[in-house]
Design a protein around this ligand. Structure first.
Ligand code: UD1
Length: 376
């Protein structure tokens, strides 16, 4: 276990006379750590996963990461350790393998009390999913099937699933709440989110002991305030903020704003941008909620409740960070909905969760992260 390794190294390098004192301090810390309830985080080295690992640690849980680093880097664990002081335990495996998952889950249940699993591990590029639908179906749906089977066999029953507001398509009413219909998916990626939600709901209705929160994210942006972790898009970023920050840093061509002829006030699309640490804390609240509300299976919208247009985001970024965004208007991107933002009342009420950060703070942290990457 990485905590043990860390302590071992400290003890080796300490001078002999300090060893006893160090032991007196470190062994109680180790014991405390062992008593913490474990939360298994698949995709814990990814963007939202790594921030959630930090939030879990800060709330007194012991996060254990499962990741195969297919879209993340092992160094992310060092960034987490810089913030929390603890490098999380890691199982490096592909979530499609039920046997590997089962082994990891059983190892965790043998090690302590498991409060639940948060399942992030999935492919997430909408455009790529239209090119590689089989990969998306196999990976995203396949790994959820394997995870549910491994949970059932290992007696772990609480699941928090990483879903998306994309399940709503363009809703008739905004802000959209959880009772809005699930519309036919625009992309294979969107379909996998709908299919996994359905799979989890069907498993919940069966005899399998399961409780679940289906968390429908709006647009997560920003980074941890320390800039030790953030979004690490591999290759060309598809989402607005990582592209924008890379364009401002001179690493990309100017940002293309996809369409300024939409039926909105300034002609650009409207979204609900939520600070990734607020989103991360909602996962902790979901685990706590499941611990005291089982058996349940509920969907929750996670957004700020406020819609901002692309032009408003650009203006807010420039004002907050005092730097100009190079951009030009271009054609619409296929599959984009005009406007969507959350009614997150259910999450406020049930989970006791609220956003702490506003758009400006999220854009400040996104830029701080980009600057830190440039120095690394
Ligand atoms: C996208 C996905 C959504 C997924 C989410 C994950 C699509 C259609 N939807 O949401 O399913 O859950 O990411 O984070 O891809 N924009 C530009 N220029 C750019 C990039 C984006 O103008 O270079 C605009 C888009 O048109 C949109 C807004 O910025 O209006 C946000 O786009 P993006 O960050 O890609 O998120 P979504 O499309 O909302």
């Amino acid at each position: 276990m990485s905590v043990c390794k860390g302590i071992y190294h400290v003890l080796i390098y300490a001078k002999t006379e300090h060893k006893v004192a160090l032991r007196m301090v470190l062994i109680p810390i180790l014991n405390l750590n062992m008593e913490k309830r474990i939360v298994i985080v698949t995709g814990g080295a990814g963007y939202i996963g790594s921030h959630t690992v930090v939030a879990l640690h800060e709330s007194g849980y012991r996060p254990v990461i499962i990741d195969d680093f297919s879209n993340s880097k092992p160094e992310v664990l060092d960034g987490i350790a810089k913030i929390t002081g603890v490098k999380p335990q890691l199982f490096s495996l592909d979530c499609r393998s039920k046997n590997d998952l089962l082994e990891a889950l059983q190892s965790c249940t043998a090690d302590g009390e498991v409060a639940g699993v948060i399942h992030f591990a999935a492919y997430k590029a909408v455009g790529e999913s239209t090119e590689k639908p089989l990969d998306y179906f196999e990976n995203n749906i396949g790994s959820t099937v394997s995870l549910l089977a491994a949970m059932s066999e290992s007696g772990v029953s609480n699941l928090v699933f990483s879903s998306s507001c994309t399940v709503y398509g363009q809703p008739d009413q905004i802000p959209v709440d959880e009772s809005a219909p699930i519309l036919p998916a625009e992309s294979p990626y969107g379909y996998t989110k709908q299919a996994c939600e359905r799979l989890i709901m069907d498993a919940f209705k069966s005899s399998m002991p399961l409780s679940a929160c289906l968390l429908r994210y709006f647009n997560p942006i920003g980074a941890h305030q320390s800039a030790n972790i953030g979004e690490l898009p591999i290759g060309h970023p598809n989402n607005l903020i990582p592209y924008l920050t890379q364009a401002v840093a001179g690493l990309r061509n100017p940002l293309t704003v996809f369409g300024n002829d939409y039926p909105t006030e300034d002609g650009t699309c409207i979204r609900d941008y939520i600070h990734v640490m607020d989103l991360a804390r909602a996962h902790v609240a979901s685990i706590a909620w499941l611990e005291s509300n089982s058996p349940s299976c509920e969907a929750f919208n996670l957004g700020t409740g406020t819609g901002k247009s692309v032009s408003e985001v650009i203006a807010a970024f420039e004002k907050t960070n005092g730097i100009e965004v190079p951009y030009a208007f271009g054609p619409r991107r296929s599959g984009d909905v005009v406007a969507i933002f959350a009614n997150a009342e259910k999450a406020h009420r049930e989970l006791g969760w609220n956003c702490e950060f506003n758009l400006e703070e999220a854009l400040r942290d996104a830029w701080k992260w980009q600057l830190q990457l440039a120095q690394a």
